[in-house]
Write a protein that binds this ligand. Structure first.
Ligand SMILES: [Zn+2]
Length: 69
């Protein structure tokens, strides 16, 4: 289990260390800080999960997961 969670917001799939209120996704409208240092509003719609991954969040997530040094 990694300390971050993926969250679609602002047109990209970001990752965040914010605690989740319920279930396995942040409810739409949840304000949270992403790994790329942006404050975004989560979009939990089905379409949002098809957005591209944020490059900076992906890099930071891989670092947190220990995949890369
Ligand atoms: Zn991001």
């Amino acid at each position: 289990m990694y300390p971050f969670h993926w969250v679609p917001a602002a047109g990209q799939r970001h990752a965040s260390l914010a605690e989740k209120a319920v279930g396995c996704a942040y409810p739409s409208g949840t304000e949270l800080e992403t790994l790329c240092q942006q404050v975004v509003s989560a979009d939990n719609s089905e379409l949002a999960w098809l957005w591209g991954t944020c490059v900076e969040c992906n890099r930071e997530a891989r670092r947190l997961a220990g995949v890369e040094p």
